[in-house]
Structure formats: C-alpha cells, structure tokens
Design a protein around this ligand. Structure first.
Ligand SMILES: [Fe+2]
Ligand SMILES: [Fe+2]
Length: 358
C-alpha cells in the first residue's frame, strides 16, 4: 500500500494513506508453499555447489553498497508529469516484488531451521538481500513524497500457494530475469549518461549480482531434484513457466513503455533482449528453452501486449459491467490463443547442449 507523505486521502483508509495499486495478474504476487515438503528436499546431489553459494552469500559483498549517497540529496520535483507517474509505478512494483521475495525467503528460513540447515541459511541470507533491495526502493519513493506500508502489505495481500517445485521454477526465473532487467538498464545508462534521471540506476550493477547469486542458488537446488528436469512432465512445466514469465514481462514492459522511454530505452528492443538473454541463461538449469528465434514468438507476444492494452482501456472506461465483460471476452480468448500457439512452438533441447553452454 502506498502512503502519501503529503496528501492525506479520505475514505476507509487511515489518514495519510492512499489506495495501493490494484492487484492484477501483472502485479507482483506474494507466495506461500508447503514448508514440510520443502524441509524434506534431498539436496545431496548438489550439496557441494549449494554450500559454495552459501559461503558466497555469507561473504556479503554488497554489505556497504546500499547507501544513499550525496547524489540523492536533492529535490526531484523536476521529474514530473507522466514520467513521474511512470517512475513511481516502477518503484512501487519493484519494491513490492523485492519485498515479496523477502517474505517468502524469511519464512522458508524460519521453517527449515533445524530441518534443512543449508537451505535455511541460504534463505536467511537471501531474505537479507531482498530486504535491503526493498528498503532501498522504498527510500527512493520517499524522494517522491510517497512510501509503501510494508506491514500493511504483509497482512493484506493475497498469498498464492505454490508447491516447492513451482517455487523453484518460478523463483529461479524471476531472479535471472531480474538480473537481466537491472544489468541492461545499467549498461544502457552507462552508455547514455544524459538519460540518468535518478541515481538509483547507478546502484544496479552490484545489485543485480545479488539476483544472479540467488538465481545460481535456485539453479543448484533445481539440479539437485532430477524429477524437476529429467522427464516429459518436467519439460511441459518448464515450457509453461518460461512462457508465463516471458509473457508477464512483455505485458509489463509495454504497459510501462513511458517509463522506459523516459530513460531513453526502446521498450520493444529491451523486452526482446531481456527475454533472449534470460532464455539463454535458463539453458544452464532447465532441460529445454523456448525458441525465441521463431518468427511467431515475439510477434505473438507483442500481439498479446496490444490486446492487454485494449483490455486496460475497457477496464478503465465507465461502461456497465456486462458491456465490459462482453467486450473483454474475445480479447482474453485471443490472448489465450496466442499463448497456446507460442507454447506449441518446438522447444530447444538444452540437455544435449549442457556441456557447451557457459
Ligand atoms: Fe532483489
Ligand atoms: Fe533476489
């Protein structure tokens, strides 16, 4: 939930608190899982690798990184109009998503303590990182006279249940796509300092290394569970998670096109690059990746985004509910149709490439 530091808002909410961004399929989710099943995961096939990552996490390379230095100490009112709104939306969604990671990791660490010490320790360190990330983003929001009420979010958001296997697929992908999202913005702004509108982006280089380490941890965890990659069912699930994450990314990037344009990034190029890089990275963990070079792949994803923008337009209109429903139905059917067609594109085998992928 967003707290306005300046303008109290009337209604059911406490004074000084304004309504949070409405929960939709695209807003970051909060997750819960079967903690008993997670405690029983046998990680012995990858124990050495997992222990090595725990040691890296313990080293805490970014301990002194998240500091609001001199550059932050100025007035940000010159970021105004649509750019300001788009930027605040970016900060809010990013903070929510980092915070969602913190809650899940913290709870896993708490429940697995004494049951599965390596996992419990890793989740504890990762929760530490995500709390820092969320805190830093929340501090940035105060520069725009807003803040997120994280304890309200903890109590009032809907928690989605995922079994541990789905958590492993989904969090692995979200860490790796998070890495590529941050590093590509960072590299772009290094090349084009004229678009560096706010110092947060300068922090992204070391920040994304945290996400990369988290992703590597989930990769080792995934590889320790052969049933997650060595059979036809796992292959179907992997395709499903890759497609879901890439489709969500596409829809979000195009919804937030103004934000990316405000820092000189072409949303279309950015989306394509993030997905291709994440897909290539995923070959190290998954038995297959998606064929992003197929002519239908991005064409259909972008059509889903166009349809999604039309859906948003209908949602925001004042038409009666039943009219909205009838107008939305064919658009939703069309999105499902496109996603199904992408799902059916022949995947790229990654197991046979494993020796050659670096
Ligand atoms: Fe993070
Ligand atoms: Fe992370």
């Amino acid at each position: 939930m967003v707290k306005s530091l300046e303008t109290p808002e009337p209604g059911l909410l406490k004074p000084g608190v304004k309504a949070p961004v409405q929960e939709t399929l695209l807003t970051p989710r909060f997750y819960t899982t079967d903690f008993e099943a997670a405690a029983q995961l046998d990680i012995s096939p990858q124990e050495e690798e997992l222990q090595a990552i725990v040691e890296e996490l313990r080293a805490d390379y970014n301990r002194h990184h998240f500091v609001r230095d001199e550059e932050f100490k100025q007035c940000w009112d010159h970021i105004d109009g649509e750019t300001r709104l788009a930027f605040i939306d970016f900060l809010e969604r990013s903070c929510t998503s980092e915070f969602s990671g913190f809650l899940l990791f913290k709870e896993l660490s708490r429940r697995l303590k004494n049951r599965n010490p390596i996992l419990a320790e890793a989740f504890n360190f990762m929760a530490r990182d995500e709390a820092r990330h969320a805190g830093f983003l929340n501090k940035s929001m105060t520069d725009f006279n807003l803040s997120l009420d994280l304890s309200y979010l903890t109590k009032n958001r809907t928690y989605t249940f995922f079994p541990p296997e789905w958590i492993i697929y989904a969090v692995y992908l979200s860490e790796k796509i998070g890495y590529w999202r941050y590093i590509l913005v960072y590299r772009h702004l290094q090349k084009h300092p004229e678009h560096q509108i706010y110092p947060l982006f300068r922090k992204f280089e070391s920040w994304c290394q945290d996400e990369n380490r988290h992703g590597d941890f989930f990769k080792a965890l995934l590889r320790s569970q052969p049933q997650l990659w060595n059979n036809w069912k796992a292959r179907l699930w992997v395709r499903f998670f890759l497609l879901s994450v890439f489709a969500t990314h596409t829809l979000t990037v195009f919804e937030r096109a103004k934000f990316y344009q405000s820092i000189g990034i072409d949303p279309r190029e950015y989306n394509t690059r993030v997905i291709q890089e994440t897909n290539n990275t995923a070959a190290r963990a998954f038995p297959l990746t998606l064929n992003t070079n197929h002519p239908d792949f991005f064409r259909r994803l972008e059509q889903c985004s166009d349809l999604n923008l039309k859906l948003a337009e209908i949602n925001n209109s004042n038409r009666p509910k039943i009219v909205k429903f009838c107008q939305k139905l064919p658009l939703i059917a069309s999105i499902v149709g496109h996603l199904l067609q992408i799902y059916l594109i022949k995947a790229v085998d990654a197991e046979s490439l494993r020796g050659t992928v670096h």
